[in-house]
Design a protein around this ligand. Sequence first.
Ligand code: ZN
Ligand code: ZN
Length: 354
Amino acid sequence: MIALRKTAAAFGLELVPLDGLMSPAAGDVLIEVAAAGICGSDLHAYEWTPGYEFMAANLPVTVGHEFSGVIRSVGKDVSDFAPGDRVVCWPTKTCGKCSSCLADEPQNCSRRSIIGLHCDGGFADMVTVPVANCRHVPDELDLSIAALSEPLAVGVNAVDIADVRPGARVVVLGPGPIGLGIAWVAKHRGAKVLIAGLCDPLRLSLALQMGIDDAFDLADKSLEQAVADAFGQSADRVIEATGVARSVSDGLAVLRPGGILVVAGIHSKPLELDLTRFVREKKQLRGAHDTTDRALREAIQLLAENSDALSKLITHRRPLSSGIEAFELARGRQAVKVLLFPQGQDVTFEGEDA
Ligand SMILES: [Zn+2]
Ligand SMILES: [Zn+2]
């Protein structure tokens, strides 16, 4: 088999041949990967941006955590899942013993590690994962669209953290795959949603195609003006998915007193904040990262029920053998979600309709 691996603590990835995998250990399952999406964190690992040095201790490692596939074999002590089952994975491995795990908040596990960053992930023909990380894919959901489960679940979680209610006026900053997912989920919950980008016409027009109320480019209009035009008043919620610190202070400026701003981007620079105004206006600043079991299950269901709208997030499909080219594509703003297909994309998986 082949795998797309981080082999050195430097820019780049390597497509390498790998020996076949052994049978899964107790509690693990072996998955034949159907489709795997390139995530922003995969791009950071590829570009070797600051904040990803933790990977150095685990190299070489096969990247990819947004994958779907079919279980081919199961280890001892595996119940509820069997060979032939179609699955997606929650990429967070937890210890099961820390206070967060014992409090049934595994997403906050102090010893968590990520499949595809700390240990081998899904940019390969086969991947072995703990069965605890697997979730069933409903029959009606195509496996390539199911590969969106994890990134959409990140969006569902951000909308949960923002406590978006029906009728809320929501601004989403950043029309990347996570921002678009957040905007769609907020809209689906009955909010009025405005999404903003900077010099990003293609992805903003995709937002409108997905049914988001309003999309605008900061190259054409200021955020204050766009919010005034769309809502006639300040926003109730702002959700940031840009990774640009400045957008957090810009977002706070259009948030109403008592409103909530959720930071969902990964930031390499610190934020300068007018704390006096922040405190007097009693604004809430919250961080959202990763997802929860609840949000992942909701994301899978949303994908099954709204495949037409949500599959628009998939703009490119490439065989895994073209993985490096696909990463270069994903770095640009002409792509939203790029999916890699280890088995070729025309393969029909057992248990999946043609
Ligand atoms: Zn991801
Ligand atoms: Zn734990």
